[in-house]
Write a protein that binds this ligand. Structure first.
Ligand SMILES: Cc1ncc(COP(=O)(O)O)c(C=O)c1O
Length: 385
């Protein structure tokens, strides 16, 4: 007996192009609202262009080569990745300009990155230790490749990076002297700033990190290692980074999808978010609980739960919020004076946190209006290595 193809994406393939198909998907399914997605990409590109900043979006939020291509078509000069596995999956997906934004400690992974550079990639890496710089240099020479290098600076995140101007200068000097490495500048990712909801508090935190960064840049310049690239920033800080004029490129990631964790961040100081919730998870009402909830077919295996509860949309209309009732289930409260949503109804939920949510889905169901128009492979899904 031959079984029919299974998995929501395989079952949904036949719906591509059909009127109304968006609301008939087999679920749980990750849905990308194409119109909101394109608006988000264009908005960040335009904001950064006006501020004189380049864009190097972070693929940790989407893990999808097609999205990376669209970001580059909108002017991004390359793509950031959080892990070597993520970077290599996107390289295999055809993306050629990639920056690994975290230090690593595996000779095998260092070698694989150098091989990608030898195979035609423009591969950038960050270093915060002499031994890592030396290992990257050896791997690059072994494969006849060159790796672009940024010195990773700790400007308050306390995760990676050198924390003093003297250490930054020492490392820049070392990198500049290693064959196979090309010193390009610094990375200064101020992760703690991104999710501060209050605009004035976020601006003050960004200015504080700016003072640390300015001191590091000044020391490098004085020592003859003026950084050509100063990479950092994210969705929450990108407008403030334009004011500071210290970064040369912005690594925003979440802006492309948005999530509930970012929805409360007052982007402009006028209340409200800047970007639209383009990523949704479609779920189906599969029953009614004895308490009158509509029970849906997606829980922690379809949504990363580390964020505020998602909003639920039915055919574009907001119908409430979803709560969790298990790994495979959610529940939606009935609306005032109404019964639970009918069994079989497909609703779309925003996501608590986009990065770990997309890591649960192999395909994005790309929708425009009421139609499913394409399926995009999430090549780096699961690549946390
Ligand atoms: C190094 C680095 N750059 C950029 C980002 C993107 O940040 P956001 O998703 O807030 O735009 C992250 C997110 O964690 C990160 O770790």
């Amino acid at each position: 007996m031959t079984l029919a193809p299974f998995g929501a994406a395989a079952l949904n393939q036949k719906l591509v192009g059909e009127a109304g198909s968006r609301f008939r998907l087999e679920t749980p399914a990750a849905v990308l609202d194409l119109d909101l997605f394109e608006r988000n990409i264009a908005l960040l590109a335009e904001t950064c262009r006006k501020a004189g900043l380049a864009v190097r979006p972070h693929a940790k939020s989407h893990k999808c080569a097609e999205i990376a291509r669209q970001q580059m078509a909108a002017g991004a000069l390359g793509i950031c990745c959080a892990k070597p596995g993520e970077l290599l999956a996107l390289f295999e997906g055809g993306i050629r300009d990639l920056l690994l934004s975290a230090p690593i400690a595996s000779p095998t992974k260092i070698d694989a990155l150098a091989r990608a550079a030898a195979a035609g990639g423009r591969i950038g890496v960050v270093v915060d230790r002499a031994d890592l710089a030396i290992a990257y240099g050896e791997a690059a020479r072994r494969h006849g490749a060159v790796l672009d290098v940024l010195i990773d600076l700790d400007v308050g995140l306390r995760r990676s990076g050198v924390a003093t101007p003297a250490e930054a200068v020492d490392l820049a000097k070392l990198v500049s002297g290693v064959d196979g490495l090309r010193y390009r500048g610094v990375q200064a990712y101020q992760g703690r700033v991104q999710h501060i909801d209050d605009f004035a508090a976020r601006r003050a935190a960004n200015q504080e990190m700016g003072r640390l960064l300015a001191a590091m840049i000044a020391a490098l310049r004085q020592a003859g290692f003026e950084p050509q690239v100063v990479s950092g920033g994210g969705t929450g800080s990108h407008l403030l980074d334009g004011e500071e004029q210290l970064l040369t490129e912005i690594q925003a990631g979440s802006y492309v999808f948005m999530d509930e964790a970012y929805n409360s961040v007052d982007m402009h100081g006028q209340g409200g978010p800047e970007f639209e919730p383009a990523l949704r998870i479609a779920v189906t009402v599969i029953g009614h609980s004895s308490l009158g909830f509509a029970i849906t077919d997606g829980g922690s295996k379809s949504f990363a739960l580390d964020g505020p509860p998602p909003r639920v949309f039915l055919g574009g209309e907001l119908v409430g919020r979803i709560e969790w009732c298990g790994d495979e289930f959610g529940r939606i409260l009935p609306r005032e004076g109404q019964g639970p949503l009918p069994i079989g109804t497909v609703v779309e939920c925003t996501v608590p946190h986009c990065d770990p949510t997309i890591n649960l889905h192999d395909f994005l169901h790309v929708a425009s209006g009421d139609r499913l128009i394409a399926l995009w492979h999430v090549e780096a899904r699961g690549r946390a290595d």
